[in-house]
Design a protein around this ligand. Structure first.
Ligand code: GLN
Length: 190
């Protein structure tokens, strides 16, 4: 099983380590020619969504990745990655892949709560220590097919829609690889 990890900016190495520890082969996607047809799954890491979005266009990677996501390639998106997938950003006129029918607010917790950890229940996985770094949250879902997996203080922090698993926090930090293993199961079953 081969997982492509978008590696133009942000926290991609940590995902690579967790996926390799969980038995997957990884390829870092730095340029268009890295996106080959034998990729079975895609990771969109955290970082800065505006920078990632700009680089995706400049490196001509945007169309080919959007096409793959729309055709069902399983995706694990964290934080900025979730922003790239969101159909609507409530406080930003830009959108990127826009394949996930949710309304997302960027930098949603403000400056004081720039970064924090919280243990919360994640459907299908259980209690999980979630690390938030200048995180977005999902304000609303736009389709009944979006499964809400975790909520903290009334705000949605994890969803699954078809083959897209999207989290506002960073499961690649720390030692707990249950989310990455769940994603690899998704890839196996797709
Ligand atoms: N604040 C970042 C953004 O808007 C996301 C932060 C992160 O990925 N940790 O893109």
């Amino acid at each position: 099983m081969k997982i492509g990890i978008l590696a133009v900016q942000g926290a991609f190495i940590e995902h690579q380590k967790m996926l390799e520890d969980s038995g997957a082969e990884c390829v870092l996607l730095r340029k268009k020619s890295d996106i080959t047809n034998d990729i079975d799954g895609l990771v969109l890491p955290g970082g800065e969504s505006t920078v990632q979005g700009k680089l995706l266009r400049e490196l001509d990677m945007y169309e080919v990745l959007k096409d793959k996501i729309e055709n069902g390639l399983p995706v694990l998106a964290t934080c900025a990655g979730l922003i790239l997938l969101s159909e609507v950003l409530s406080n930003d006129p830009n959108t990127y892949f826009a394949t996930l029918p949710v309304i997302t607010k960027r930098n949603a917790y403000g400056r004081q709560l720039g970064s924090f950890k919280k243990i919360a229940n994640l459907n299908e996985i259980g209690g999980f220590e979630m690390v938030f770094i200048r995180a977005p949250y999902i304000e609303a879902v736009k389709s009944t097919d979006v499964k809400v997996l975790a909520v903290i203080d009334d705000y949605i922090v994890a969803v699954r829609y078809k083959n897209q698993l999207a989290l506002t926090f960073h499961p690649e930090l720390g030692e707990d690889n249950r989310i990455h293993r769940y994603f690899l199961d998704m890839v196996n079953n797709s």
